[in-house]
Design a protein around this ligand. Structure first.
Ligand code: FAD
Length: 147
């Protein structure tokens, strides 16, 4: 069996009803479940939430990535799930994150404010590479802030 690594990038639109509180608790359960499943499946990556949209990078073996994305697509907490990239990679960019969350802190919000101003953080205007680079930059800032 091949253990080649792949990277999957998608974005989607939030469908959680009920305001900030409901969104927060759904995000918590999504992250909790993701970290368990992704740890089991050798998947690493990062999830961004901003302005009503999710953007996620998942890295790992192809079969596990495809299974995870199948489940993610069927989740009715979001919609318009749009695959932007699924490419082979030489190495992981988020090796320590079973699923890192970006967008929670004020600093993080500020750091992508410029992108938000330009696009209303509309990930539909970004391609897979741009979205990946954005999440990677924000993840590096997050790690630097935590160090
Ligand atoms: P179970 O936890 O047993 O759930 C069974 C079913 O119930 C699933 O179809 C699930 O979608 C649904 N479900 C469970 N809780 C809720 C709820 N509170 N509201 C609505 N439906 C619910 N999963 C990963 O494994 N890795 C990821 O990286 C990942 N990222 C995600 C990112 C986003 C933006 C979203 C919305 C979901 C993400 N998920 C991720 C969750 C994924 O969609 C599935 O819910 C999860 O993988 C199902 O895990 P399970 O097979 O163990 O099913």
């Amino acid at each position: 069996m091949s253990d080649a690594l792949y990277r999957l990038v998608y974005y989607s639109r939030n469908l959680v009803a009920g305001g900030e509180q409901a969104l927060r608790s759904n995000l918590e359960s999504i992250l909790e479940k993701s970290r368990i499943n992704n740890g089991r499946d050798a998947i690493t990556g990062a999830l961004l939430f901003n302005s009503g949209c999710f953007a996620q990078v998942l890295e790992g073996p192809l079969q596990q990535l495809e299974s995870a994305f199948e489940r993610i697509q069927q989740d009715d907490r979001h919609g318009e799930v749009s695959l932007l990239a699924l490419d082979p990679i030489a190495a992981r960019s988020f090796p320590d994150w079973a699923m890192g969350y970006i967008g929670g802190s004020a600093e993080q919000s500020e750091s992508f404010a410029a992108i938000g101003q330009n696009s209303g953080f509309d990930p539909a205007r970004l391609n897979g590479e741009q979205l990946f680079e954005l999440l990677k930059d924000l993840a590096l800032q997050e790690e630097a802030a935590a160090a």
